[in-house]
Design a protein around this ligand. Sequence first.
Ligand code: C2E
Ligand code: CA
Ligand code: CA
Ligand code: CA
Length: 276
Amino acid sequence: LRSLLFQEMSQFKQASPGLQEVLPVSADMLATALAQKQLSVHFQPKIVCTTQQVVGFESLVRWQHPERGMIFPDQFIALAEQSGHIAELTRQVFDLSLAWFADNFLDTDLKLSINMSPIVLADAQFPAWVQQACDHYGVAPNQVTLEITETSSMENPVAALEYLTQFRIKGFHLSIDDFGVGYSSLVQLARLPFSEMKIDKMFVMSASASIESQKIAAAVIGLARALDLNVTAEGVEDDWTLQFLCDLGCIHAQGYFIGRPMPPDAALQWIHSRKS
Ligand code: C2E
Ligand code: CA
Ligand code: CA
Ligand code: CA
């Protein structure tokens, strides 16, 4: 399975060298963005594959730059991690996300997923901070899932177990993001307190065109189920793929075919128009 994943990934990388040209951002610009509250969050819905019922939203950070317009996280998360701004960025993301969620979904079964950098994960003060933030907005920890990338969470499995357990005992759910891209051993994976596995969109997006991606998706779904993890496919861009994943026993799905990441108000409109 591992070598199949790597093969598929390197093909994908070669096929899209430097997909888009972008202006670099600096640590100073980021500091200004944080001080002036230029960050916002968009919300992407997540559904049950079989019934298409909405189960929650994932929050995805956006930078509304006064001159450049919207800047996407792939262009500034790594910089935030390297320049010491990731803790403040994460706090602002949690505040924005929890406030929106609390305003609209407090008495529902919907869940909120938030991406969490490994650096923040290893910060000993964060579990208490996240819990306080949830208390402040009245959001129960078990309504919140922290998404952590596979590579980062597995680098030091002993430490990871320690950090992850701190969140788990407070009631937060933990999700392995981008599964299939990292290097973790399956043994380590099985021992960490995750409740969800997200199949990387690379495999999902290419499933309709690639037998190999189909096999990887099938293997990952089988693995997740064997480990008793909820499995979510991200990057579902068409009807065929949603049906294909459903047939394989995938539980949840996200992707442009279902709903794009949307600004807070648009996400509310989206869910209300779906209900009626
Ligand atoms: P991710 O967590 O794997 O999020 C999924 C990415 O795929 C998002 O990109 C989303 O907009 C995009 N996506 C969703 N559905 C589809 C689809 O059907 N097709 C395609 N082509 N793309 C789809 P985005 O928003 O640019 O975020 C990129 C990455 O930045 C995220 O990947 C996550 O790792 C990171 N990120 C986003 N927000 C935060 C945050 O608040 N904190 C941290 N630490 N990282 C974040
Ligand atoms: Ca994610
Ligand atoms: Ca992902
Ligand atoms: Ca990703």
